[in-house]
Design a binder for this molecule. Structure first.
Ligand code: NAP
Length: 254
């Protein structure tokens, strides 16, 4: 029997990058994985294909998280997908991973970008949790993907860093709130991971080497490096860990 047999896990932004890695890991551990994506349907389907070819169970569903009705759209699409799988509306694990980046430095910032990043990175996860609370099983798991940018100065992307600071604060408050139900709430903070989000920053071998040099292991992280930490936090072994900010940066900025 696998660690997550019989559990249902939702992973937002699972069509690409770290989210795909998390979806693959949780499916490998036995969960039925709801693979959320925003607009890239082909990538969402690809995640499902990878999981199914490895013997796991998954389905993809779409919800643009910047939209005012994002939470309604999200749960309607999720319900349709769960029903197709013959599963009920309940779930055991929610991983808030989807996010947008690219806010720029303070002098480049616009109110439009500020509103967009806070809508996708802060408002969406908060209200997805709120709406999901009566479906999330007692003893369930919430993992929020933050960033090392909340613990180290990151003026290149000041608003993005601020959104992740809000995620860290949300984790702490909700861990206290949901403790009586046996639900754990934790943050996982990656450093540089090779995904589309920072592809431009890895455009040359020199630029890649500079990013890699932040880690004591002198390499850029992989989605699996982060996914394996999430895999632990959602397992029964992590039942006594809640409200924590878990650094998954490969020892960057030590
Ligand atoms: P990514 O490769 O850019 O993928 C982003 C994912 O989020 C995609 O699945 C995308 O869906 C979804 N998404 C983005 N905007 C959305 C929106 N408006 N509505 C709905 N879905 C949306 O990102 P990543 O690098 O894997 O990052 C994953 C998480 O790790 C994020 O929380 C990020 O802040 C954090 N993180 C990443 C790094 C890094 O170095 N990569 C470092 C620190 C923290 P579509 O495919 O449909 O567009």
């Amino acid at each position: 029997m696998s660690a997550l047999d019989g559990r249902t896990a939702i992973v937002t932004g699972a069509s690409r990058g770290i989210g795909r890695g998390i979806a693959e890991r949780l499916a490998r551990d036995g969960a039925l994985v709801a693979v959320h994506y925003g607009s890239n349907e082909a990538a969402g389907r690809e995640t499902v294909k990878i999981i199914e070819e490895a013997g796991g169970r998954a389905f993809a569903f779409r919800a643009e998280l910047e939209a005012p009705d994002a939470v309604d759209t999200f749960y309607a699409a999720l319900d349709a997908g769960l029903a197709e799988q013959g599963a009920g509306p309940g779930f055991d694990i929610l991983v808030n991973n989807a996010a947008a980046s690219g806010s720029g430095r303070i002098h480049q910032l616009t109110t439009e970008v500020f509103d967009r990043l806070f809508a996708i990175n802060v408002k969406a996860p908060l209200f997805l949790i709120q709406r999901g609370l009566d479906r999330l099983a007692d003893g369930g798991r919430i993992v929020n993907i933050s960033s090392a940018a909340t613990r180290h100065a990151f003026p290149n992307s000041v608003t993005y860093a601020m959104t992740k600071g809000a995620v860290d604060t949300m984790t702490l408050a909700l861990a206290q709130e949901l403790g009586p139900r046996g639900i754990t709430v934790n943050t996982v903070a990656p450093g540089y991971v090779a995904t589309d989000m920072n592809a431009r920053r890895r455009a040359t071998p020199e630029a890649s080497a500079a990013l890699a040099a932040h880690s004591v292991f002198n390499r850029i992280g992989t989605p699996a490096d982060v996914a394996d930490v999430v895999g632990f936090l959602v397992s029964d072994d992590a039942r006594w860990v809640t409200g924590q900010y878990v650094d998954a940066t490969g020892g960057s900025w030590l």
